[in-house]
Structure formats: C-alpha cells, structure tokens
Design a binder for this molecule. Structure first.
Ligand SMILES: [Zn+2]
Length: 454
C-alpha cells in the first residue's frame, strides 16, 4: 500500500513537472505560398514538403472562399470569415459612400480592413505575447490601430531568404515572445499566371524552387532549436487554371464603356452601372454563354458573397478558364478567382508540430476552419467566425475525432459484442438448467418442436 502511495505521488510530481514545460505559450508560424494549387502535390515532386507531411498532417483540398483571389482569401485564413463579412471582397474595390478605392498597390487604409479582427491583433492583445509578420497581406496596416510588433512593409523585391531570416529571428529572440508569426511568398502564383499551370516544364522548375525554400525553412527552424516546439502551417490562398486566347469574353462587344464603371475585371467582373441597373443587366446577360451575370440580390447563397456595400450592383462570373477582357486587355495564361467549388481553385494545407498528429491525411476542410484551429492552438478566444473547429479536430493530437467509417465500425463491433454476450448468457442459463429435475418436460418440448422445424 505504501509503495502504491509513493508511486502515485511520484507520478503526480512528474506530471506536474511535465506540465510546467507546457506553461510556455505555444508558438505558431503560418506560411502561405501564393497560388499553390492542391493537385501540384500529386503531379510534381516535393521531397522537402513530403518529409514535412510525413512527420505531420496533410489536408488534400482546402475549400476556399469566393471570389478565389489573393487578398480576400488571405484575410479569410486569419479571420475565419467569408468575404462579405470581413470586407475584403476583391483585390480591387470601390466604396460608393466614401468614394475610396482599394487595389493591391493601394491597400494601406485601415478603413478596408477594420470590418474584421485578424488573429495577429487578437494575439497581440494577450498579455506577454507578440506577433510578427513577413509580408502577409494586411500585416503592414494598423488594423484597429494595431500592427504586429514586428513586421515588414510589403515589397515584392525582398527575397524569401530575407523574409525567412527576419521572421525566424523574431520568433527566437523577442521579448515578449513572438507566439504568432506569418510568412508570405508570391510564388507559385506569379509563374502560374505567366506560364499557365499546364506548362509542366516551367511549373516543375518553379515548384522545385518552392520545395527548396521549404527545405530552407525547416533547416533554419532546426538550427535555431525551434523545430520541435513550434507549430508550422503551410498553406495557400487559391489554385490556378489554364486560360487561352480562344476563351475570351469581350465586354466591349456587349456594352458601351460609358454605361458603367469597371471596378474589377476578371474572372469576376464588378460592374457599377451609370445607366439604369436593369438596362445594363439586360445588355450583359446576352453577352456570352460562358459567363454568369448576377444582380447583387441574386448572387447564389453558396458564394456567401452579397451582404457588403463593397460588392457592386452587378457581378459577372466567367466559366473556368474563360477570361473577361476589354478591347485593350492583356491575357494571362493562368488565372484564379473563379467559382470556389472548382477543385482547380483549391489550395492544400500541411502542418507540423506538437499540436498536430504525425503522418495523418485528411481529405478536406474549409479555408475559414483554419482560424478557429489556430486560435485553439494559441489558446486565444476566437472572434465570431464562419469556421467550424470540429472540422479540424482530426488534425490535432489532443482532440478526439472519429470518421464515418470508424463510427459504423464501432457500432457494428458493439452490436457483435452485445450479441455474443447475450448468446453466452443464454447458453450458460441453459447449461445450469439441464441437471435440474423435470427433464421429461423438456423432452416433451423437443417433441413439440420437431414438426415445426420439419
Ligand atoms: Zn494569390
């Protein structure tokens, strides 16, 4: 008995000591390689990324939000909100009330970002924690008067190496410690637009470069002694599809440019009519069979893309691979922005670290589910959001999750055990009743049964 008490006591002491190492706040690094289409992972070689996944988790498809563009999806990752709710509804926007314009080169006005609270701001408000960012969209803007404690002003000419060096330095020696960090890189998006995803040779070269950057990232974290303790998520904002000069929709063939202001062009055009809305709608409706034309109030519910003043009165959505142009427009060989139900628009997600399982594959989550999962890992209270924490439970080491086939297996297993037990009990009862008297009565029963069986 004494021995048992001693064992219990020492067990408790060890577990308390164990916990004290967890009292350090967990760290999370969120990395985005822009335009990393989910099936690149199946169609090209990624030795470094595959090693990362082997020791971590992979979500093969992340269903992103409509419109499948860069700024909107990056903001959905860090807020868990659909575009109509976080307010970054396109890479090019216009606000009719304030007459303000937003574009990827004019994105610094907090007005555009303040409809939501990104995770780096929430993290920063926690006592004794700070955030750091290397060029994730919005991180160089004082959203709700707060930037990350450490950040870089956006410049596409800053190399990945420099971004990585800055972010890992901040992660390893800052006080209060950086617990949430983001890292953004423009590829393979830029090459996807330039060559088109079907240009295997060029894409192979670019994707190999990205895999090498992932190798550098892991190497750097190992060198700094962060690798075992930090959680790393590698994901992206959208995929890419092939376009062609044979698949053009020319608006100038359908409506005079003086009839409307063009806020955004392709593959989702945002139209602010200068003439009667119905009249403009009628002209556009007849324009091309490879383009859906929606009045704002008729935009399908599944897009969650309606309830925001920055969404224009008419939007045009091109079919996959089709490009909306004006007479003077240049064509890109690859593009994204299309319907978010198209697999070619989906990115992937891989994650590694103490919060995640090792060697686990999952088919799909929504891009808005990433936010509640990140809040959970960091121990932050999430703002109201459109994500579902339950969708990511299977990725996390301390969560109980069960898939449908497993659930069916467990129910069938339980039924088998119950049936076996019931049979055993019945057999035991029969056996114990055999040696008792009145065996003649039982024989009579058997006689009665025989004709029935026959
Ligand atoms: Zn992008």
């Amino acid at each position: 008995m004494k021995l048992l008490v001693i064992l219990l006591f020492s067990g408790l002491t060890i577990s308390c000591r164990g916990n004290s190492s967890y009292s350090l706040p967990p760290k999370l690094l969120l990395v985005s390689f822009d335009g990393f289409r989910a099936d690149y992972l199946q169609n090209y070689e990624f030795p470094h990324l595959q090693n990362f996944i082997k020791e971590g988790v992979l979500v093969e498809h992340v269903k992103n939000v409509f419109i499948t563009k860069t700024f909107p999806n990056h903001y959905s990752i860090v807020t868990g909100l659909y575009e109509e709710s976080h307010g970054i509804v396109a890479n090019s926007m216009y606000d009719n009330v304030t007459k303000k314009h937003f574009s990827d080169s004019n994105d610094k006005d907090p007005f555009w970002w303040n409809e939501a609270v990104p995770i780096w701001v929430t993290n920063q408000l926690q006592e004794n924690r700070s955030s750091a960012a290397a060029m994730w969209p919005g991180t160089d803007v004082p959203i709700h008067n707060t930037t990350p404690s450490y950040y870089m002003n956006y410049s596409s000419s800053v190399s990945f190496k420099e971004r990585l060096s800055k972010i890992t330095t901040w992660l390893s020696n800052s006080n209060p410690p950086v617990t949430f960090a983001t890292l953004y890189w423009e590829e393979p998006d830029a090459s996807g637009h330039k060559y088109g995803p079907e240009d295997k040779e060029n894409m192979r070269r670019v994707l190999k470069e990205i895999d090498d950057l992932i190798g550098d990232l892991v190497q750097k974290l190992k060198m700094l002694g962060l690798w075992e303790s930090i959680n790393v998520i590698i994901t992206s904002d959208h995929g890419m599809t092939q376009c062609s000069e044979n698949r053009l929709i020319n608006l100038d063939h359908c409506i005079d440019h003086s009839n409307y202001s063009l806020i955004d062009l392709t593959p989702v055009a945002a139209i602010l009519p200068k003439i009667n809305v119905t009249e403009a709608y009628d002209k556009l409706k007849k324009c091309n069979s490879h383009m859906n034309v929606y009045l704002k109030e008729d935009i399908p519910n599944r897009f969650y893309y309606q309830h925001n003043d920055r969404i224009q009165p008419i939007i045009l959505v091109a079919d996959e691979g089709w490009t909306i142009v004006l007479n003077k427009s240049a064509l890109k060989l690859g593009d994204h922005g299309y319907d978010n139900s198209l697999p070619s628009m989906h990115p992937f997600l891989a994650a590694h670290g103490p919060a995640f399982h090792k060697g686990y594959k999952h088919s799909t989550i929504n891009i808005v589910d990433i936010y509640p999962m990140m809040c959970y890992i960091l121990g932050l209270k999430p703002h109201p959001n459109n994500g579902t924490f339950g969708h990511t439970k299977c990725l996390l080491v301390d969560q109980w999750c069960i898939s449908l086939p497993e659930a069916i297996g467990i129910v069938i297993g339980a039924l088998l055990v119950l049936t076996t037990l019931t049979c055993l009990i019945l057999i035991m009862q029969n056996r114990t009743s055999v040696p008792r008297p009145f065996s003649r009565l039982q024989l009579q029963d058997d006689d009665d049964d025989d004709p029935l069986i026959g």
